[in-house]
Structures are given as structure tokens and as C-alpha cells.
Design a protein around this ligand. Structure first.
Ligand SMILES: [Zn+2]
Length: 228
């Protein structure tokens, strides 16, 4: 049998001193690096490429004539531009001409658009598109990016309720609003297709829907120019 030390606290003290001195002499760890730019987050290339041309309506032009000029249909131009009466176009009006899709981003959720981007009677500019869906439906990131905001209420965006904003390449940001719940934190990297939030009706929404925006260099643009 090995002899038991008479004063075990002495040995314990020596062990403690050794442990402290080892931890003090350990080399400093490199600081944990947080992603600070979308570049740190983008793993596969997702390009926001405008898929449409802009046409300025000239005198005596008709939607039918314009649709033939660009090899598309009256219905398609009317849909993208939210024109209910095709004969109502006037000279000088800007029309988005839908074309071949070259963006490889994805939709935030599948559904029918209930409100398009553009001016609304008495309600100013609608800066995004609305997609109704039942509460709790997953909302997915349209491309790889950095979460720059995930808030219950964001200054300047309070009518949007719970909101997530992602930053992507080339000065593009995407915004997802009226959420029931956000699943991401500011400063984290997100892959295209990741669930970032759930559909809700927070803020000034009257029914559950996703309000989705694309911003280029800080200004909202028509998401249908970029969505595939
Ligand atoms: Zn909206």
C-alpha cells in the first residue's frame, strides 16, 4: 500500500498553484472573428441580375404593339406592371418588360402575390410585394448573406412589425416583414434557402402575409425585376 500523505491540503495547494501558473502562461487565443461584411458569408454565388428591360411608352403605342416588339404577351406586361386596363397606358409611362430570368436567387416563399410593387391609390408607393400565407409558414433567405437586422420593431420600419434584413453582394439588401417569429440573429451568416422567419401579421398588417422588399444601394426596387 502506498503511503497516504499526511497533509493532503499541501498537495492540493501545490496542484492549484501549478494549474494557475499554466493557465497564466498559456498563449493568448486569437480573437473570435465575427462576419462583418456579406463577403464573409457568401459561399456560393447568388446573383441578383435584373431580368427585365424598361420601355418608355411613346405616343400612339399600344400594349399589344409593345408586347410584339419584345416578344412577350400583353398579359405578362400587365401583370408585372400591375395594369388592370391595358388601354390605359399613356405616353411617357415607364413599363417593365419581363424577359429571360438570369438571377439564380430563390423565392422567399411560394404563393400568389396579393399586392405588387408600385404606387397605390391614396397610399403612396408600395415598396415591395405581398405574399399571403398562413401564420407560421417558413420564410426562406433568397440568397446567401449577412443578417444586418432581426428585430421585433426596427426604427424607421415600425409599421413592418417583426422584421429581418439581409445584406448580399453588390449593395443588395432583402427585407422580410410582418413576421410572427424571427429565427436568426443580427451578425450571423445565412445560406440561401435557410428558414429565417415565420409568416405573421405583426406591425400594421391586416392579415398574415410576407412583405418582401429588395433594396439596391438603399432604395427599394421592384422585386419582380430580380426574382426568378
Ligand atoms: Zn407590403
Amino acid at each position: 500500500m502506498s503511503p497516504v500523505p499526511k497533509r493532503p491540503w499541501i498537495w492540493l495547494s501545490i496542484l492549484l498553484i501549478i494549474a494557475i501558473s499554466v493557465s497564466c502562461t498559456r498563449r493568448p487565443q486569437p480573437p473570435v472573428s465575427f462576419p462583418t461584411t456579406p463577403k464573409d458569408c457568401i459561399r456560393s454565388s447568388h446573383d441578383f441580375v435584373e431580368k427585365s428591360k424598361i420601355h418608355i411608352v411613346k405616343k400612339r403605342e399600344t400594349l399589344y404593339g409593345i408586347s410584339k416588339m419584345y416578344d412577350t404577351s400583353v398579359e405578362e406586361i400587365a401583370r408585372v406592371n400591375e395594369i388592370t386596363e391595358p388601354s390605359s397606358i399613356s405616353s411617357g409611362q415607364l413599363l417593365i418588360i419581363p424577359g429571360e430570368s438570369v438571377s439564380n436567387i430563390r423565392w422567399p416563399l411560394k404563393g400568389k402575390i396579393s399586392s405588387y410593387y408600385g404606387r397605390r391609390v391614396n397610399r403612396g408607393l408600395h415598396t415591395g410585394i405581398d405574399i399571403p400565407a398562413s401564420k407560421g409558414t417558413p420564410i426562406r433567405a433568397v440568397a446567401d448573406g449577412l443578417v444586418v437586422a432581426s428585430e421585433n420593431k426596427l426604427n424607421g420600419y415600425s409599421k413592418y412589425g417583426r422584421i429581418v434584413i439581409l445584406e448580399h453582394r453588390d449593395g443588395i439588401r432583402t427585407l422580410y416583414a410582418h413576421n410572427k417569429k424571427n429565427h436568426v440573429r443580427s451578425g450571423s451568416c445565412i445560406d440561401a434557402g435557410d428558414v429565417i422567419a415565420e409568416v405573421g401579421s405583426s406591425g400594421n398588417a391586416t392579415a398574415p402575409h410576407l412583405h418582401f422588399e429588395i433594396m439596391k444601394n438603399g432604395s427599394p426596387v421592384n422585386p419582380l425585376r430580380y426574382l426568378p
